[in-house]
Write a protein that binds this ligand. Sequence first.
Ligand SMILES: *[C@@H]1O[C@H](CO)[C@@H](O)[C@H](O)[C@H]1NC(C)=O
Ligand SMILES: *[C@@H]1O[C@H](CO)[C@@H](O)[C@H](O)[C@H]1NC(C)=O
Ligand SMILES: *[C@@H]1O[C@H](CO)[C@@H](O)[C@H](O)[C@H]1NC(C)=O
Length: 333
Amino acid sequence: RAPHRAGPECGGEGAAETAGDALTAAPFLPPCTVTVLLWWEPFGRPRRTADCRRRYNITGCRLSADRSRLGEAQAVLFHHRDLALHGAEGLPRGPPPRPPRQLWVWMNFESPSHSPGLRGLAGLFNWTMSYRRDSDIFVPYGYLYAPPAPRPFVLPRKTRLVAWVISNWNEEHARVRYYRQLKEHLAIDVYGAWGLALAEGGVVETVSAYKFYLAFENSQHTDYITEKLWRNAFAASTVPIVLGPHRANYERFIPPDSFIHVDDFPSPRLLATYLKFLDKNKTNYRRYFAWRKKYEVHVTSFWDEHFCKVCEAVRAAGNQIKTVQNLAGWFES
Ligand SMILES: *[C@@H]1O[C@H](CO)[C@@H](O)[C@H](O)[C@H]1NC(C)=O
Ligand SMILES: *[C@@H]1O[C@H](CO)[C@@H](O)[C@H](O)[C@H]1NC(C)=O
Ligand SMILES: *[C@@H]1O[C@H](CO)[C@@H](O)[C@H](O)[C@H]1NC(C)=O
C-alpha cells in the first residue's frame, strides 16, 4: 500500500494524464489540487460551492459543477436522488473513456425506504458516501466531539413538555402510529405542515422551550439517524425520544443516557408515565444532560461539508482500486 502523499510531494494537475496509462505504471502521486466534479447539483438546485479551506481547513480542493472538467476531475460525485431521476443513461459515457484513476462516488443521505432505483447500479461506483458508518466516506447528520475545554452547559428554561416537528405525514409510518397512541396519554405539540406554524429556521429556538422532543425517523434502518436527533433535539438542548434503529445502534453514536428510546417501554402509555415522572423530578430529568460536561454537538451542514469531505478523502486516498459491486445489497442491509 502506498503511503499517504498529500502535501508538497504531489503530482500533476489532473487525473487526465493518467488516463489510459497502465495501472502498473510509476507510483501514483495525487495532484496538489484535487478537482471534485458534482455531476448533478443535489435536487437540481445550483448553489455556490464552498471554499473548503476557509470553512473546514481542508486545502487543495476545487469543487465544480462544470461538466467540461470531467477529464481532469479526480473524483465525480453522483447524488442518488438525481441519479434515480435521470437514470443510468445520465451518467458520463465518453468518449473520452473513464480515466482509470477517476473515482466515481455514490452519495445518498436518504434511507433505503426512500431511495428508489438502487438496482442496476452494481459495479459502477468506486466509493460510497452516506450516513452509514461503513461507507467509504462516512458523513453522519451530526456527531458529538469532546473539545479540550467544553463550554459550560446551561439548560434553557423549560416551559413546555413534548414537541414534534413533522412535514411528511404518512399514516403508514411507524412514527405516526406511535404518536397516535402516545398522545392519548400526554399532550404533544405538533409543528410543521400539519400542525402549529413554525417560523422559518426557528426549530431550535422553539424546541428549546420543551423538555422532550420526538426524534422519530421516517423509516427504520441501520445508522439512519438524522437531523431530527442532532439539530431538532440535541442542538435545541432537549431530551430526544427516539424511534429509529434499535437502541444499540444509537449507542454507537451517542451516550446511553442522552436519549429515551421508545423500545425502552413496553407501551406508549408506560413511556408517557415515565415522561410525567421526569417532568416532576428535576434530578432525574437533568441526568439526561450529564454528557454535556464532556461533549459538544456538531450538526452537519448540507452540502458544503459533504463536498469538502469528498475532496479530503480523495486527497488522503492511496492508490487502491475499488469498485462497489453490490450497492443495493449493502445499502439495504
Ligand atoms: C489546519 O490543518 C493543518 C494541517 O492539516 C493543521 O496543522 C492546522 O492546525 C489546522 N488549523 C486549524 C485552525 O485547525
Ligand atoms: C426524584 O426521584 C428520586 C428517585 O430516583 C427520588 O429519590 C427523589 O425523592 C425524587 N425527587 C422528587 C422531588 O420527587
Ligand atoms: C473504479 O471503478 C471502475 C469500474 O469498476 C474501475 O474500472 C476502476 O478501476 C476503478 N478505479 C479506482 C481508482 O478504483
